[in-house]
Design a protein around this ligand. Sequence first.
Ligand SMILES: CC(C)(COP(=O)(O)OP(=O)(O)OC[C@H]1O[C@@H](n2cnc3c(N)ncnc32)[C@H](O)[C@@H]1OP(=O)(O)O)[C@@H](O)C(=O)NCCC(=O)NCCS
Length: 168
Amino acid sequence: MIIRTLGAGDAEAYRTLMLEAYGAYPQAFTSSVAERAAMPLSWWEKRLSSPLDCLLGAFEEDELAGIVGLAFEPREKARHKVTLFGMYVTRAHQRKGLGRQLVEAALDEARRYPRLKLIQLTVTAGNDAAFALYQRCGFIQYGLEPLAVRVGVDYFDKIHMWRELKTD
Ligand SMILES: CC(C)(COP(=O)(O)OP(=O)(O)OC[C@H]1O[C@@H](n2cnc3c(N)ncnc32)[C@H](O)[C@@H]1OP(=O)(O)O)[C@@H](O)C(=O)NCCC(=O)NCCS
């Protein structure tokens, strides 16, 4: 298993993986399959080339088995913050420590930027696996956003979590 930064050449694999994730876990992600399936390949390529995003992929042989993203802040007063997003491990590779390795890789990547002081994320309330993973990786809850996403007729809250980036 290797974890590396994805580039524009990984766009097809990235799109396939994320559409699978949005379909299999609709409550876990704010994006929907319909919304994202409508985007051309160039949209995914652009995302992977953007200086404001960094996507890390975990590969088993040549298969993309998991992914996590970092979104940087362009505005001067918010540039000390980074957001972890788009965390997904395919069902076949879950519960083998891959999610943990991806979060640790994202933390290591973020620590390469001396300006960054903290990392934040949101997780849908009731997603116990992801919440436990983030807690294990040192994130703590600082808020709860009521009715943050609507999936069909159901509304879900989002837990807001953060941690400092200093090594401990
Ligand atoms: C959440 C997710 C990324 C975890 O990935 P994973 O590779 O299975 O996680 P790991 O094997 O590294 O587990 C790390 C820790 O997460 C927690 N965890 C993972 N799966 C869990 C589960 N099903 N139930 C409870 N805790 C779980 C545990 O604390 C675990 O540590 P432990 O094994 O020492 O107890 C994966 O289940 C997933 O992709 N889920 C669907 C999409 C999703 O919810 N994404 C998060 C959006 S915020």
